[in-house]
Design a protein around this ligand. Structure first.
Ligand code: GLY
Ligand code: MN
Ligand code: MN
Length: 428
């Protein structure tokens, strides 16, 4: 991996807090992600299953973690099983973890080769009643491809049908929502790399550059700063492309007079930043672009203050929608009268601001946690109001990552230029 070593205390503490949530006579089984096949003999770049990383720090396929609450054989209380490397793998794929390395990274004392797994599993199964299996339970996300946790979990249920099965996901959600100091430091690092990349973008964006030329500047800055890459597909959207919320083609020429909307975030040690900025391609906002930009910026500044313990995403969405509605009236997009007469099920502001303002952030860009989760100190969320007016070729989003604390919210991206004056100065 490119990132610098992480103190294994992070993973030791995570497992400790997880096991405390299990009832007695339980085992929790976690499978690593697959190496996803691409085509021919190629694979997509490997990315560890986020919960697996959270509990182990291990970035390798075909790994299994067992956490048992109580078992006579202490060597099976907390065990990691790894792909046993051989000469062929070493020659063709390169280095795989040794047991010693895996022990150092994860803090797990008992690391075995995967060949020993079946026997160990049988011993564990004979001494527990409850089996906790893990799944990606992201709401309304049902991909066609079954993840490894899903497939191997089904196999396990076939082999041991009479145990009691439970879900690990709600327990991990509870834990992952509150970021430890070590995790916050990693997210800060991801934000700092993202800052560097944005400043490079400000330096290099010019009319006539293609969106992919600008992406290359971001990719460069990420790579030389030890990021794994992007935490999600980056959006580099000039002109009306900015009104396509998930535009990722990034293949058009940026034109004089247009705005360009960026939404990108570096992934460092599997933790991601999530930033959006909007700048004028030629370095100077027009008067109308300024008005629209400042409308979003005013809402962004007010919205940031709402990231306090006791609040929730649903509540922030409602408040920000109202603020954006007022700004839209000032911008002449519709009138107060129109709002009074609008269809309540389909309010007018939705035509120009159709996404939510916040989501949790961490190991995943859309991290675990529901919209009605009550904010607590240690949670990290995005703040991302936007305004999209396709008929005027204007799409604006401003997005920073905010840490909830018991005092005031901490903006982890406060050093990333956002004021019109700063952006224009840096673009000269
Ligand atoms: N970059 C994805 C999002 O802002 O939610
Ligand atoms: Mn976001
Ligand atoms: Mn974003």
């Amino acid at each position: 991996m490119r990132y610098l070593p992480i103190n294994n205390n992070l993973f030791i503490e995570n497992r400790k807090r997880f096991v405390e949530l299990l009832p007695k006579d339980s085992v929790a089984i976690f499978y690593s992600n697959d190496k996803m096949p691409r085509n021919g003999d190629q694979y997509f770049q490997f990315r560890q299953q986020s919960d697996f990383f959270y509990l182990t720090g291990i970035n390798q396929e075909k790994s299994i973690l067992l956490i048992v609450t109580d078992i006579r054989n202490k060597k099976l209380k907390e065990t990691l099983f790894l792909l046993k490397t051989n000469e062929q793998i070493a020659i063709w794929e390169g280095h795989k973890y040794t047991k010693k390395e895996a022990k150092e990274i994860s803090g797990i004392d008992h690391v075995y080769w995967i060949d020993d797994y079946d026997l160990s599993l049988k011993e564990v199964m004979s001494s527990v009643k409850n089996i906790f299996l893990n799944r990606n339970e992201y709401p309304k996300f049902f991909p066609d491809v079954k993840e490894r946790n899903h497939r191997l979990g089904e196999e396990l249920k076939g082999a041991f049908p009479l145990h009691y099965y439970h879900r690990s996901s709600p327990l991990l959600t509870q834990l992952r929502l509150i970021k430890s100091d070590a995790e916050i430091a990693l997210i800060r690092k991801a934000c700092n790399i993202t800052n560097k990349a944005f400043r490079r973008v400000l330096n290099t964006t010019k009319p006539g550059k293609f969106e992919f030329d600008i992406q290359a500047e971001i990719d460069h800055e990420f790579t030389v700063n030890r990021a794994n890459g992007h935490g999600y597909a980056p959006i580099i959207a000039s002109g009306k492309n900015a009104c396509v919320l998930h535009y990722t083609d990034n293949n058009k020429e940026s034109k004089d007079g247009d705005l360009i909307l960026f939404d990108f975030g570096a992934e460092y040690a599997n933790y991601t930043a999530d930033m959006s900025r909007t700048i004028p391609v030629n370095g100077k906002f027009t008067s109308r672009q300024k008005d629209c930009y400042n409308a979003v910026l005013r809402v962004f500044k007010k919205a940031k203050k709402l990231y306090v313990p006791g609040n929730s995403i649903n509540n922030i969405n409602d408040k920000v929608n109202k603020l954006m509605e007022k700004e839209m009236i000032k911008l002449g997009l519709f009138t107060k009268e129109d709002v009074k007469n609008q269809d309540k099920e389909n309010p007018l502001f939705k035509k120009y601001f159709m996404h939510g303002t916040a989501h949790f952030l961490g190991l995943d860009v859309h991290d675990v946690g529901d919209k009605d989760e009550v904010f607590k100190s240690g949670m990290v969320l995005t703040c991302e109001p936007g305004l999209y007016i396709p008929e005027e070729n204007i799409g604006i989003r401003i997005e920073n990552d905010i840490l909830i604390t018991k005092n005031s919210p901490i903006d982890l991206m406060e050093d990333i230029p956002v004021e019109i004056d700063d952006i224009e100065k840096l673009m000269i």
